[in-house]
Design a protein around this ligand. Structure first.
Ligand SMILES: [Zn+2]
Ligand SMILES: [Zn+2]
Length: 243
C-alpha cells in the first residue's frame, strides 16, 4: 500500500517549496488508486491524475471544489457534501453516496466513513481505509472523531490535520457544536491513547508552511517519540509505503 501526498497545504494563501498545493492524497493498492479530496487546486489536474475513484471528506473549497468541471471516475461523498455540489452538472453522473459506518469497496480497498466535528455547514468525515493487511485512518480537517475508539483501533497509520501545532483552533457554532481544527499534539495524544504506531500530518497551516521545519519537524517527532508514536509532517510529493 502506497500513500502519495500530492498536496499538503490547508486553506491558506501562503505556499512554500515543500507545501505548494492543497491537501490531496493518493492511496494505491494493487491496481486501485483512491484520491482523497479534490480541492480547487486540482480542478484541471484531476483528469491527468485519473484515479480509480475519489473520496471526499467534506465540502469545503480546499477539499471538493476541484470537481466543478466533473471528474474522471466515481466520486464518493456524503449527502450533505453533494448538497453543496448540487449545481455542478458534470460531476453528478459520477455520484456515489457515502453513509457513515457503511463500508464500501473500491477495487481491493475498503473505506468506511466516521463522523468528525469540524464544520456545521460542511460536516466532515474521516476514512478508515483497509487494503490487504494495512489499516489507515485519514482525516485532514477535524476537531474530533466522534467515535475515535472504533475509528482508530488496530491502525498502522493515522493521517491527520496539520493546521495547528500545539494550540487548537476551536470555536463554538451558534448551536454549540465545536468547529475548527485540533492541534497536532492533541492528535498525537489520541494516537498514543489508542495505540496507533505512526502519525503523519498534512493540511499544513501557516505555522508549518511559513515556519522552519528544521525546528518544527524534530519538535513534533520528539513529542510523538515520548508517547510511542512515530510522528512526521508530510510535504508535497512525499510517498510512504506501508506493508
Ligand atoms: Zn481544509
Ligand atoms: Zn475544512
Amino acid at each position: 500500500v502506497k500513500l502519495t501526498f500530492l498536496g499538503t497545504t490547508g486553506y491558506i494563501n501562503i505556499k512554500s517549496r515543500r507545501h505548494r498545493w492543497q491537501t490531496a492524497t493518493l492511496v494505491s493498492y494493487r491496481r486501485t488508486v483512491v484520491m482523497l479530496d479534490c480541492g480547487s487546486d486540482w480542478r484541471s489536474r484531476v483528469f491527468d491524475i485519473a484515479p480509480t475513484a475519489i473520496a471526499i471528506t467534506h465540502a469545503h473549497a480546499d477539499h471538493m471544489f476541484g470537481l466543478k468541471d466533473g471528474a474522471p471516475c466515481p466520486v464518493w461523498a456524503t449527502e450533505t457534501s453533494w448538497g453543496i455540489a448540487r449545481g455542478w452538472r458534470d460531476v453528478v453522473e459520477h455520484r456515489r453516496d457515502v453513509r457513515e459506518r457503511e463500508p464500501f469497496s473500491v477495487g481491493a480497498m475498503t473505506l468506511e466513513a466516521f463522523a468528525c466535528e469540524h464544520s456545521v455547514r460542511a460536516p466532515a468525515v474521516g476514512y478508515r481505509i483497509e487494503a490487504g493487511d494495512v489499516r489507515i485512518f485519514y482525516v485532514p480537517d477535524l476537531v474530533r472523531i466522534v467515535d475515535a475508539q472504533t475509528a482508530l483501533r488496530d491502525l498502522d497509520m493515522y493521517v491527520g490535520d496539520g493546521a495547528m501545532i500545539s494550540r487548537s483552533l476551536i470555536r463554538r457554532a451558534a448551536d454549540g457544536t465545536p468547529v475548527g481544527h485540533s492541534s497536532i499534539l492533541r492528535q498525537v495524544d489520541w494516537c498514543a491513547e489508542y495505540g496507533v504506531p505512526r502519525a503523519v500530518f498534512t493540511h499544513c497551516g501557516t505555522q508549518i508552511v511559513r515556519g522552519d521545519e528544521r525546528t518544527i519537524g524534530p519538535r513534533i517527532h520528539r513529542y510523538g517519540a515520548e508517547r510511542g508514536v512515530a510522528t512526521r509532517i508530510a510535504h508535497d510529493g512525499l510517498e510512504i509505503v506501508l506493508v
